[in-house]
Design a protein around this ligand. Structure first.
Ligand SMILES: [Zn+2]
Length: 88
């Protein structure tokens, strides 16, 4: 695994090909791990940022959504209760 360009430990620039951070001495086993590298890859590029894919990841696939009938029923019940309470 290649080291990140920026040390996730101290933020120093890590020269290409270097396996150890020149600033803090972090290396593959102590400093940068898969999480740090993945985080760097996760940053959405402004150029090919796919809003639709982002929404899918954030809110789940559209097929799983659909009308929330449970909430509709709750709203109707509340409305009915309110009417029943307001009309003597
Ligand atoms: Zn460092």
């Amino acid at each position: 695994m290649s080291p990140p360009e920026i040390c996730p430990h101290c933020g120093a620039e890590v020269p290409e090909g270097s396996r150890v951070c020149p600033e803090c001495g972090a290396d593959e086993s102590t400093g940068w791990n898969e999480h740090a590298t993945a985080q760097r890859l996760d940053l959405p590029d402004a150029e090919d940022f796919d809003a639709e894919a982002f929404a899918r990841e954030e809110f789940g696939p559209p097929a799983r959504r659909g009308p929330a009938w449970g909430w509709v029923a709750v709203a109707i019940l509340l409305l009915g209760a309110l009417l029943w309470w307001m009309i003597p």
